[in-house]
Design a protein around this ligand. Structure first.
Ligand code: PFF
Length: 450
């Protein structure tokens, strides 16, 4: 099987796919507002340090296991186990991982569908389809189902085409487009009245605000979600990477690019919020903090676009195209996690597996859309606050304790000669064994108490 296994055609393809997975809705609605409300530049700096101290070692654990095993997360974790117990546990962790990836996709598809609706609304307006535009702008069950279905259909279609013709091809097309739209929007927004006040709030460092440990812990949670950790997506992407490439270097590149794009997203979002305030839009919630999450994306920014006339229509189209692209390059990695398990453990063909798994996940989305109130928040917390860190912990344990040190070193040496003399090899093995698990336990403990 390993001979026929697909691979990314180049390290560039891997990089864009992995960064595409990491850069998603989390970068746009989580990071910028958290930074602006909690010390600005100081938070950005702290986040960068945390991403490297905690998320990067965990990301490396996934890449090492994936490329070593050259298999999906279930087979990989089962395979590296040396005892019956560690093999069974590995299999169970892998299954927990792909179930978590699937559940994340089930709510991600709903929110991403809203992005499509908000993209379609100004588009229909431009095309003089006023009733369609109105319908797309109204929150309704049928609309939410239809747009989530369109999003899921696109995700299934890309994954069905395979690693190179689907995931890699679309990531290399969409990621440069994402960057171009992002930069264009930043330039436009920074020229608007009010933007500089936003830039000031976002960037001027206030180190006093960084002393709250709860804040640092929540930043770690954000880093985990943002880097797509724990659920086997980076593990499977790592398993499609050529043995010629250096894992530590690519891991650094993915982490830096994800944090860099989150930071850049802040240069758009925070100034845009202050421009909105300039136009009379409320940007603070009842508790006095900046509005974040779906309310930011679907209320604050659309109110701004709505007050800007023709320019607002163009902005709205560009912004929601950006969000849809960011979401799509993430969702394909989520679907690839369970699909790779099915195709490697059964004889099912990729296109059929993508359709079957995608349809099952969409059925969960339908369930959530129809019972938004209790289900949505419950599934978001279950998967992102608890499951992702717990799975990240398990992956660190498998890379640090279950795999032999020599196996790990050999895998790292392929593609990175002399890695045994590098700072990485001096620090990472200790980190992944002790520090990461301890910090993750602290984060989860904190969430449980909170
Ligand atoms: N990293 C994505 C974001 O920031 O939106 C979310 C994500 C993607 C989480 C893939 C989990 C995953 F497997």
């Amino acid at each position: 099987m390993s001979d026929k296994r697909e691979q990314f055609s180049s390290k560039f393809g891997f990089l864009l796919a992995a960064v595409g997975s990491a850069v998603g809705l989390g970068n746009f609605w989580g990071f910028p507002t958290q930074a602006a409300s909690n010390g600005g530049g100081a938070f950005v700096l702290a986040y960068l340090v945390l991403a490297f101290l905690l998320a990067y070692p965990a990301l490396m654990a996934e890449l090492v296991i994936g490329r070593y095993a050259r298999a999906n997360v279930v087979t990989a974790l089962e395979g590296v186990g040396q005892t019956v117990f560690s093999r069974r546990l590995g299999k169970a962790v892998g299954i927990y991982g792909v179930l978590t990836a699937s559940l994340i996709l089930s709510f991600y598809a709903i929110v991403s569908g809203w992005m499509i609706a908000h993209f379609g609304q100004p588009l229909a307006q431009v095309l003089s389809l006023h009733s369609v535009s109105h319908w797309l702008g109204q929150d309704g069950l049928l609309r939410n189902l239809l747009v989530a279905l369109i999003f899921m259909g696109l995700t299934i279609w890309i994954v069905a085409r395979g690693v190179q013709a689907g995931i890699e091809a679309w990531s290399t097309r969409l990621m440069p487009l994402l960057l171009a739209i992002l930069l264009g929007l930043i330039i436009y927004v920074l020229l608007q009245p009010g933007a500089m006040a936003g830039l000031h709030t976002y960037l001027v460092p206030d180190f006093d605000q960084l002393t709250d440990p709860a804040l640092l812990l929540s930043a770690m949670g954000q880093a985990f979600f943002s880097l797509s950790l724990g659920v086997g997506t980076l593990l499977i992407y790592g398993s499609y990477l050529s043995k010629k490439e250096s894992l530590p270097r690519l891991g650094v590149a993915v982490t830096l690019l994800d944090v860099g794009i989150a930071f850049t997203a802040g240069l758009l979002i925070i100034p845009a919020m202050y421009v909105a305030q300039h136009h009379g839009v409320m940007i603070y919630g009842d508790d006095g903090s900046l509005i974040a999450g779906p309310r930011l994306i679907f209320q604050v920014l659309p109110s701004l676009f709505g007050s800007m006339g023709v320019a607002g229509v163009g902005l709205s189209l560009a912004f929601f195209a950006l969000m849809t692209i960011a979401a799509l390059t993430s969702s394909i990695s989520m679907l690839e996690a369970p699909v790779s398990v099915i195709i490697e453990r059964t004889r099912m063909q990729r296109s059929r597996a993508a359709l079957v798994v995608g349809t099952a996940i969409f059925a969960i989305s339908v369930l959530i859309v129809s019972n938004m109130n209790p289900l949505f928040d419950f599934i978001v917390s279950l998967t992102t606050k608890y499951s992702q860190p717990i799975l990240g912990l398990a992956l660190c344990v498998y890379a640090g304790w279950v795999m032999h040190r020599n196996q790990v070193l050999k895998e790292l040496q392929t593609g990175h000669l002399g890695v045994e003399h590098s700072l990485f090899w001096k620090v990472w093995p200790f980190y992944v064994r002790f520090i990461c698990p301890a910090l993750i336990l602290l984060t989860v403990g904190q969430s449980l108490r909170g």
